[in-house]
Design a protein around this ligand. Structure first.
Ligand code: MG
Length: 299
């Protein structure tokens, strides 16, 4: 069997026929939020329903990085290399400092608790952008069932004064986020309201205008499934999770190819010494494939 589908001839040079899609860890319930720590040579990822952050180290395997993770979901690293995490259980975004202490970056807006921060990116100016859909408060599976008090939007946290502002308010349930290489575009995946199977689901683009965004426009609809996590590679392509694996979408919005994964993929990140290893969180397992391209990844 092949691990890949080539839809655009250019994609043929992105994958190598003898580099397998390999399951590197399994036994979880719903994995999400992969983030690579090159300085520690490990991958961190969330096992959301089991309330923990896992660590995978090449040659050593999997261990618990943080038990009682507050049902953490998406992670990234800030420009100083610190772990930034979305937490469903505490309905907040946090930063893990070098000494291990936790700093709260955002937990409310307009005097009301956030819904359940899902995914997060840090721009080169240090601003933190995160999505706040309601998935973590609608059931007790990935957090604590609670009343929703705010709409599902994307927020920006100012790096100077910590002020929080709404930057996207026209999607059903914003989820994965990624800046284009030059940070002129913010891609936002919309996975739609929970329990609304026919809600529109697509990746949207927003032109970055200083600290705000322009009007959104449709970029690409993932099929099958929906875009949840998204990342950008060195050629400015968008790599998106899907029900059948990971899809590579050109910056023009066209499907270039697929990495086929036997479980529904929620999210992905680049890692490894050349940022050419693609780590994919897929339902109960984590998968890895080595590519002939590098990702844009911090640090
Ligand atoms: Mg997500």
């Amino acid at each position: 069997m092949s691990f890949f589908e080539v839809h655009d001839p250019r994609f043929g040079s992105y994958v190598m026929f003898n580099a397998p899609v390999k399951q590197i860890a399994t036994g979880f319930d719903w994995v999400e939020g992969p983030v690579w720590f090159g300085d520690a040579n490990c991958l961190l990822f969330s096992d959301i329903p089991n309330h923990r952050i896992m660590r995978w180290t090449p040659g050593e395997g999997t261990s618990i990085y943080r038990a009682q993770s507050n049902y953490s979901n998406g992670h990234t690293r800030d420009r100083e290399g610190r772990l930034v995490s979305c937490e469903h259980g505490t309905r907040r975004v946090t930063r893990t400092e070098y000494d291990g202490s936790i700093t709260v970056i955002a937990d409310c807006f307009d005097g009301k608790p956030l819904n359940s921060p899902n995914d997060v990116v840090v721009k080169s100016d240090g601003s933190i952008w995160f999505s706040d859909p309601h998935y973590g408060i609608k059931t007790n599976y990935e957090g604590y069932k609670s009343e929703q008090e705010l709409p599902c939007v994307v927020y920006r946290v100012d790096p100077q004064n910590g002020d929080i502002s709404v930057v996207v308010d026209d999607l059903g349930c914003p989820n994965g986020l990624a800046f284009s290489k030059d940070e002129s575009i913010l891609y936002v995946a919309d996975t739609g309201p929970i329990f609304e199977a026919d809600a529109p689901r697509a990746i949207h683009t927003y032109a970055v205008d200083g600290n705000t965004l322009g009007k959104g426009s449709h970029f690409h609809t993932i099929d099958p499934g929906a875009a949840d996590g998204i990342r950008i590679d060195e050629d400015d392509n968008v790599w998106s999770s899907a029900a059948d694996g990971v899809h590579c979408i050109s910056s023009e919005g066209d499907l270039m190819g697929k990495i086929l994964v036997p479980e529904i993929v929620s999210n992905l990140c680049f890692g490894g010494r050349a940022k050419h290893e693609l780590y994919m969180t897929g339902t109960t397992s984590v998968y890895r494939v080595i590519l002939n391209r590098s990702g844009i990844q911090i640090p």
